[in-house]
Each structure stands twice: as structure tokens, then as C-alpha cells.
Ligand binder design. Structure first.
Ligand SMILES: NC(=O)c1ccc[n+]([C@@H]2O[C@H](COP(=O)([O-])OP(=O)(O)OC[C@H]3O[C@@H](n4cnc5c(N)ncnc54)[C@H](OP(=O)(O)O)[C@@H]3O)[C@@H](O)[C@H]2O)c1
Length: 258
């Protein structure tokens, strides 16, 4: 293995990606696989997961799938147990599963608030705690939390999503501090506007599609594959001294003034 390969290689590392059946999770899981990791794809969507495993197999990539609802405590424990069994040890956790339930703030439904909190904030925390126990014993591990521009900027009619993404950003720093002495790095990746199922509405509306692209510096939407470099970098030894950071993969959205 040459220098560059050894810096970025994830060969022999075990990884779990939640919400991996499609969208950004699928692309990040595929990137980890291509970098050599043994990856467990976790999602609610069984048929999509199975189709993805078959497609990856045809491309020479062997992933394992696990159907789990990350809001269920038993599913979280079972998922990590399964991942430890099939990968040997979970070295990388990508907390990617997320939902958005927009609604006007003044009559925001309590159920939307609770569900968003369960998926977007509580599940990443609980999964992190489960994997961190074993990572701490090996004194090695990486946790990546997928946040959003909403962790920094106000977007209309989505209070639960914004609150949870902002909190997930801060949770990443809290865990980075608490787990760093045990050899575990924790960082967040904040995507800008990516074309996935989650953004089907704004992509499908020509005016909003153009406006989102124009709001970036690079003049286009993100493609799920644009997240590959960030996830491999932060998961690998190339980022061995990086923890508690937020990396925005947003085409320059956040820095654009005029
Ligand atoms: N797309 C964007 O522009 C954008 C921007 C910023 C941040 N993000 C974040 O990026 C992450 C991925 O989003 P995406 O755009 O790829 O969305 P997506 O296409 O909707 O994918 C999210 C995946 O997570 C799964 N999921 C949801 N709840 C789950 C649960 N309780 N247990 C297990 N899996 C669950 C979904 O399954 P179901 O469909 O069955 O719910 C889906 O397969 C999210 O955290 C999102 O907030 C996205």
C-alpha cells in the first residue's frame, strides 16, 4: 500500500451507516465500501436495502444489510450486535438516518416534534453510546453525525428539524470532548441541498430548484456522491487529529454573502 492509500484506506475497519437504503446514506456507505471498510447498511426499507446489496454485489462490493428502526432501543442494540458479528468490530458509525416534517411553527404538531427528535437526535446519541463502549475498549473509533445547513441557518416552517440538527451539531462536540480521551473522534458533516427523496418537493418545483442552485457558490445542487470524500476523509487516519469539527459539504452556501 502506498502512502496515500495507507492514509485514506479503511481496509479492515467495520462500519455502520444508518438510513443507508437510499440518498446520501447509500452514497456514503458505498464510499466506505470502496475505501475498504466492511459495511453494514441499516434502514427501515427492506426491499430497497436488498436491491442495494444486490447492486453493490454486481459491482464487486460486499455489504451486509440490517433492517432496523433507529428509534427503537431493541433495534439499536440488535443492529450493533449484528454489525460486530459480521464486521468483527465497529470502528465507524455514520448517524445519517433523518426525517423532515415541515409545518408552520404556531401549530406545529406535537407528534412531528417527537418523531423528529427520536430519529434525528435521540437515535444518534443512543447509537453512539452503544458503539462507543466497544470502541473505548479498543481505544479506536470514529462517529460521524450528519447535520445540515439547518444547524447554522434559519429555514421557514421546520422548527423540529432545525432544533434537532443544531442540537446534533452540539452533541457531536459534547461527545468529541467526552470520548476523545478514549481514542474516539466525533465530527459532523453538514450537507447543503442534495437531490434525494427528502428534497423531492423543492427539486420538482422549477423555481425552487433554480433558487437553491443559485444560493450556492458552485451554482448547483449536491449529488449524494459529493459526500464520498468527506466521509472517507473523516473516517480515515488522514483525519487522525481532527475531532469536534463541522465539515459543510454545501457548494459554498454558508459562506455566500452576495
Ligand atoms: N437531502 C438534503 O438536501 C439534505 C440536506 C441536509 C441534510 N440532510 C440529511 O442527510 C441525511 C440523509 O438524508 P437524505 O437526503 O439522504 O434523505 P432520504 O433519501 O429520505 O434518506 C433517509 C433514509 O433514512 C431512513 N430512515 C428514516 N427514519 C429512519 C428510522 N427511524 N430508522 C432507520 N432508517 C430511517 C429513510 O427511510 P424511510 O424513507 O423509510 O423513512 C431513508 O432511507 C438526513 O439526516 C438528512 O437530514 C439531507
Amino acid at each position: 500500500m502506498n502512502y496515500l492509500e495507507s492514509l485514506f484506506s479503511l481496509s479492515g475497519r467495520g462500519a455502520v451507516v444508518t438510513g443507508a437504503a437510499r440518498g446520501s446514506g447509500r452514497a456514503m456507505a458505498e464510499a466506505l465500501l470502496r475505501a475498504g471498510a466492511r459495511v453494514v447498511l441499516a434502514d427501515l426499507l427492506e426491499p430497497e436495502l436488498n436491491r442495494l446489496v444486490t447492486r453493490l454485489k454486481k459491482a464487486g462490493l460486499r455489504a451486509r444489510a440490517y433492517v432496523a428502526d433507529v428509534t427503537k432501543a431493541d433495534d439499536r442494540v440488535a443492529l450493533i450486535r449484528f454489525a460486530e458479528k459480521v464486521t468483527g468490530h465497529v470502528d465507524i458509525l455514520v448517524n445519517n438516518a433523518g426525517i423532515t416534517l415541515p409545518h408552520a411553527a404556531l401549530d406545529y404538531p406535537e407528534g412531528n416534534w417527537d418523531r423528529t427528535y427520536q430519529v434525528n437526535l435521540k437515535a444518534p446519541f443512543e447509537l453512539s453510546r452503544i458503539v462507543a463502549r466497544a470502541m473505548a475498549r479498543r481505544r479506536r473509533g470514529v462517529i460521524l453525525n450528519i447535520t445540515s445547513l439547518n444547524a447554522e441557518l434559519a429555514f421557514p416552517d421546520n422548527p423540529a428539524y432545525m432544533a434537532c440538527k443544531g442540537a446534533l451539531k452540539q452533541l457531536s462536540k459534547s461527545l468529541a470532548l467526552d470520548l476523545g480521551p478514549r481514542g474516539i473522534r466525533v465530527n459532523s458533516i453538514g450537507p447543503g441541498y442534495f437531490r434525494t427523496e427528502m428534497t423531492r418537493g423543492s427539486w420538482g418545483d422549477p423555481a425552487r430548484r433554480v433558487a437553491r442552485a443559485a444560493r450556492t457558490v458552485l451554482g448547483r445542487w449536491g449529488r449524494p456522491e459529493d459526500l464520498a470524500g468527506a466521509v472517507i476523509f473523516l473516517a480515515s487516519d488522514a483525519a487522525s487529529y481532527i475531532t469536534g469539527q463541522d465539515l459543510y459539504v454545501d457548494g459554498g452556501w454558508l459562506i455566500k454573502g452576495l
